[in-house]
Design a binder for this molecule. Sequence first.
Ligand SMILES: Nc1ncnc2c1ncn2[C@@H]1O[C@H](COP(=O)(O)OP(=O)(O)OP(=O)(O)O)[C@@H](O)[C@H]1O
Ligand SMILES: [Mg+2]
Length: 124
Amino acid sequence: MKMVVAYVRHEAFEPIRMELLNLGFPSLTISEVKGSGRQKGITERYRGAELTNYLRPKVKIECVVADGDAQTIVDTVLKHGRTGAVGDGKVFVLPVEQAFRVRTGESGEEILQAHPDAAASASP
Ligand SMILES: Nc1ncnc2c1ncn2[C@@H]1O[C@H](COP(=O)(O)OP(=O)(O)OP(=O)(O)O)[C@@H](O)[C@H]1O
Ligand SMILES: [Mg+2]
């Protein structure tokens, strides 16, 4: 199993979420975070003074998937996250040891995402 961790622009999140859902990956966590990349910050004028803001707002996406699905998640983030301007973000792929569904105690990669058939037959 792998955890894909992505830091992206806020505007990129909704297109990424929609495509992941359509591909059968509805399960993810996001947080609103602040970070800095290579540029370190941007300088703006505020009340006549020049202030450098070192932290930029980003959306952090965490998505745990089977090993064979990690590249699909990465590709989806790259596809919708790229504007070509600096600050588009970063994607990391981390190993995951084990996963458990709290409700049932089931474990393993089968619990990670919705099976396509399960999504189609979901009760209203
Ligand atoms: N090495 C890193 N570790 C943890 N978070 C990072 C790292 N690099 C970038 N981030 C996160 O990703 C966000 C966006 O980074 P950013 O896109 O500016 O990367 P970059 O390497 O400077 O690339 P670019 O030249 O395209 O701006 C940062 O604000 C930070 O939250
Ligand atoms: Mg940068």
